[in-house]
Design a protein around this ligand. Structure first.
Ligand SMILES: NC(=O)c1ccc[n+]([C@@H]2O[C@H](COP(=O)([O-])OP(=O)(O)OC[C@H]3O[C@@H](n4cnc5c(N)ncnc54)[C@H](OP(=O)(O)O)[C@@H]3O)[C@@H](O)[C@H]2O)c1
Length: 365
């Protein structure tokens, strides 16, 4: 599969939010996607981007975006775009993204709204790009010429499946997964969690998060059915998640214990080898944003740590440490994923690069 040399016009929905800002910062240096339109709510529409947003990235607002006028999220204002990246609030993402799909636009969504749709691929780019195989069916179902919608996963699910995928491939079905998360505050958007709730504190509840991890993992790690008209969602694997918000700005940490169906289980060294040698399809294709390593193994006893490891692979790698035997299940480890890069905007961009390589983006047509 070769990567075409093209320039595509990108639109960003929810451009003023946490995920939208990450899209802007990642796309400003991107070789194929040029930011063409930025959209947000009526509160922001009509203002210059730099005035409408509360910019929280550590790099400045790209000059070419700062003075763009923010648009309302209406498909007719984005019709010149070859690709739409959505960082919309889930209260509005469902309806708005559907209107963009109906207008035959290509949408890469970060919101939860379409993730359970039986004809919408839920793709983590370093895990299951094969789920793009369903796009021709989705297009024919909605009578679309070039448009489609793909979602990426919830941010904590993303880190988990990147690590489970090579283990499932190498050692067979995983019977049970228990995961406890320590999730960064940027995962709640802006302004997100009140400082009085999170400073000097841990909040042991994130609305809807555990249900998302327990469902999305099974859809992502399943496969596309034989007729490429639906997904075989894993029925054998059980996932139990406990999600916590902690006073970290970026980077979700997860403590995971797993039990394999096949016994005796692999050794700790076999597991480390399977993770360390994992090469995802996005890396094989040579996608621009694909990390050199999808999984980085840390052998230090006190890693991964969010402040030190979240930017590994420019935020596209998952870092795994403390791989060891579990006295109850088979093995346990700690992983770290950058929640707004691989866990959100980065996944959308890398998914678009994969779609381009697979010939699914009809440029300028
Ligand atoms: N943060 C993460 O780590 C993360 C990770 C994975 C997935 N997600 C998902 O990504 C989405 C965005 O999250 P976020 O953290 O970036 O949220 P956020 O900071 O609250 O940003 C929400 C964006 O949606 C826009 N918006 C709100 N109401 C709108 C309306 N009626 N019409 C058009 N635009 C509207 C906002 O525009 P205004 O500024 O004009 O209000 C803003 O640009 C959510 O669905 C979230 O669940 C987030």
């Amino acid at each position: 599969m070769s990567l075409p040399e093209v320039q595509l016009k990108a639109g960003i929905l929810g451009a003023t939010g946490t995920v939208g800002q990450r899209f802007i910062s990642l796309l400003s240096k991107h070789p194929y996607f040029t930011i063409h339109v930025v959209g947000a709510s009526l509160r922001s529409a009509g203002q210059e981007y730099a005035k409408a947003t509360r910019w929280k990235m550590t790099t400045p607002i790209p000059a070419e975006v700062g003075n763009m006028l923010v648009q309302e999220c209406k498909p007719e204002l984005f019709r010149e775009c070859d690709v739409i990246f959505s960082g919309l609030d889930s209260d509005v993402a469902g309806e708005i993204e559907t209107s963009f799909l109906k207008a035959d636009l290509v949408v890469f969504s970060n919101a939860k709204n379409h993730r359970r749709d039986p004809v919408v691929p839920l793709i983590v780019p370093t895990v299951n790009p094969s789920h793009f195989d369903l796009i021709p069916h989705q297009r024919s179902l909605h009578s679309l010429h070039k448009g489609f919608i793909v979602t990426n996963a919830n941010c904590s699910t993303t880190g988990l499946v990147v690590v489970l995928k090579p283990l499932q491939d190498a050692f067979g079905p995983i019977e049970a997964v228990i995961v406890q998360t320590m999730q960064a505050i940027s995962g709640a958007g802006y302004p997100g969690v009140a400082s009085l709730d999170i400073y000097d504190n841990v909040v042991p509840f994130i609305s809807g998060e555990e249900e998302k991890m327990e469902y999305e993992t099974l859809k992502i790690l399943g496969d596309v059915n034989e007729t490429a008209t639906g997904f075989n969602i894993l029925s054998f694997t059980k996932v139990s998640a406990s999600c916590n918000r902690v006073p970290v700005i970026d980077g979700h940490t997860e403590c995971v214990s797993i039990k394999f169906k096949n016994q005796p289980p692999p050794s700790v060294e076999q597991i480390i080898h399977a993770l360390d040698s994992y090469v995802s399809e996005s890396q094989q294709i040579g996608c621009h944003s694909a990390p050199e390593k999808a999984i980085i193994i840390s052998r230090d006893q006190d890693r991964p740590q969010p402040r030190l490891d979240r930017d590994n692979g420019d935020g596209y790698s998952v870092t795994v440490g403390r791989v060891r035997k579990c006295n109850v299940f088979d093995v346990k480890f700690t992983l770290l994923v950058h929640n707004t890069i691989l866990g959100a905007a980065g996944s959308g961009i890398l998914n678009a690069e994969i779609a381009l390589a697979k010939g699914l983006l009809k440029v300028g047509s």
